[in-house]
Design a protein around this ligand. Structure first.
Ligand code: FES
Length: 104
């Protein structure tokens, strides 16, 4: 599926992310800014923070307890915040994500 990353500086990058990989994987693989992914995707660092719109939100499973707990302590978290390492592509169409800046 194409993931369209709306980056913190306002620019947009599109990456074809294979089924089974995460939204975080597609960003890290292409060295896109904003997603740091310190923990490598094990849902413990929260530096892969993104925001989803309703259309994107409908494409993914709801957050696990683990993810929800991490986000309670995450600065800048919104009701539509997710950890992108937990957003696994399942073959659906275009996915738009707004990338939070986790590098500062
Ligand atoms: Fe660490 Fe997602 S990469 S929580």
């Amino acid at each position: 599926a194409n993931v369209i990353y709306h980056l913190p500086d306002g620019s947009i990058e599109t990456v074809d992310v294979p089924t089974g990989q995460s939204v975080m994987d597609g960003s890290v693989r292409n060295n896109l800014p904003g997603i740091v992914a310190e923990c490598g995707g094990s849902c413990s660092c929260a530096t892969c923070h993104v925001y989803l719109d309703d259309a994107a939100n409908a494409l993914f499973d709801p957050p696990s307890d683990e993810e929800a707990e991490l986000m309670e302590f995450l600065e800048g978290a919104q009701p539509n915040s997710r950890l992108s390492c937990q957003l696994i592509i399942a073959g659906h169409g275009d996915v738009h994500v707004q990338v939070a800046d986790s590098s500062s």
